[in-house]
Design a protein around this ligand. Structure first.
Ligand code: NAP
Ligand code: ZN
Ligand code: ZN
Length: 350
């Protein structure tokens, strides 16, 4: 099926109109008309080939992995969804499904590497996968998610990456009542981290470089907001955190946050800056601190997160844009000027 899309043709060129072909649904495939797609900072990193060592970008690149829409066709063996249902797709469209990670429901850590929604190796076409900046997608039902009929679709799209990427580590490290938890960076991931950590009952402290975001941070659920450029304010929190989730997209001083962990506290990186982050050894050694990372979440956990958010009325704060504004949105992302996720209304592609 011919599909309209927006693609980057090189690391330096702006995104523009592109046409691609989606496969006809196979027996276990679901064809989805994409209604909204969130704009993740990873889309920008990838479109501009900023992760060239870990995941070089194949061009043309059609980003987008926060996909929500409606089912338009299903293969004959599909059981999870039917035509007309709301459906979603996140950062993965397949994995080996048999390795120890996959069988534990941790497809994101597939030992053969998951098939990412874009810039992945498409098992079917033999080429590259194309993401959600497009008007349709065809995905095996095992990698689709169900979306409640009651939720706002545009505001739900960002849950498919920003939501699960913060939900999964907060759950894994058992964040809850009685704990002091830091969220670093109030962007797409950070604002979901604040909302979810608050919903899990922790005391939430937001760290931001933007004084203009203090009020928003509190409105979103932070009990306290620290402007990280203020050294005295930072010192006041030394050795006091159980857990810190770092959601920053660019170069920054990780030691400033490691020093805020108490004994056995953990700082988990979900932000993926282009350059390595130097760590001062004594910041880990004393007092027995842990520095960790986390990638998105498995399919079952993503469904659990969507259901949790629907039940608790949690969505993303979004600015809906036509796809023609995507390059402007990328420029604004780089300035930290997003409140707090851009979402593309795919009707603009028609
Ligand atoms: P975003 O919306 O652009 O937010 C990033 C935030 O980081 C900004 O709003 C800003 O918050 C802060 N920031 C930006 N530049 C900074 C700097 N130089 N120093 C300190 N703080 C800075 O990005 P996002 O979509 O949330 O993504 C964040 C990162 O997570 C990206 O690197 C993305 O690729 C990565 N990511 C990882 C996963 C995973 O599975 N691990 C999944 C999705 C995304 P303040 O204004 O509040 O300081
Ligand atoms: Zn993402
Ligand atoms: Zn696997």
């Amino acid at each position: 099926m011919s599909t309209k899309a927006f693609a980057a043709q090189t690391a330096k060129s702006p995104l523009g109109p592109f046409s691609l072909t989606r496969r006809e649904p196979l027996p276990t495939d679901v064809q989805i008309e994409i209604l909204y797609c969130g704009v993740c900072h990873s889309d920008l990193h990838q479109a501009r080939n900023e992760w060239s060592e870990f995941a070089p970008t194949a061009y043309p690149c059609v980003p987008g992995h926060e996909i929500v829409g409606r089912v338009t066709k299903v293969g004959k063996d599909v059981k999870k969804l039917k035509v007309g249902d709301r459906a979603a797709v996140g950062c993965m469209v397949d994995s080996c499904r048999t390795c120890p990670s996959c069988t534990r429901g941790l497809e994101q850590y597939c030992q053969h590497f998951p098939t990412l929604t874009y810039n992945g190796n498409d098992k079917h076409s033999g080429g590259v996968t194309y993401g959600g900046y497009s008007d349709s997608i065809v995905v095996d039902e095992a990698f689709t998610l169900k979306v409640s009929d009651k939720v706002d679709l545009a505001a739900t799209a960002p849950l498919l990456c920003a939501g699960i990427t913060t939900y999964s580590p907060l759950r894994h490290w058992k964040v809850g009542p009685g704990q002091k938890v830091g969220i670093v960076g109030l962007g797409g991931l950070g604002h979901m981290g604040v909302k979810l950590a608050h919903a899990f009952g922790a005391r939430v402290v937001l760290f931001t470089t933007s004084p203009g975001k203090i009020e928003d941070g509190k409105r979103l659920g932070a009990h306290e907001v620290v402007v990280s450029k203020n050294a005295d304010e930072m010192k006041g929190h030394a050795s006091s955190f159980d857990f810190i989730l770092d959601c920053v997209s660019a170069d920054h001083d990780i030691n400033a946050y490691l020093s805020l962990l108490k004994l056995d506290g953990t700082l988990t990186l979900v932000g993926a800056p282009e350059k390595p982050l130097p760590v001062a050894a004594f910041n880990l050694i004393m007092p027995r601190r842990q520095f960790a990372g986390s990638a998105i979440g498995g399919i079952a956990e993503t469904q659990e997160m969507l259901d949790f958010c629907a039940e608790h009325g949690i969505t993303s704060d979004v600015e809906v844009i036509p796809i023609q504004k995507i390059n402007e949105a990328y420029d604004r992302l780089l300035k930290g000027d997003v409140k707090y996720r851009f979402v593309i209304d795919m009707a603009s592609l028609k």
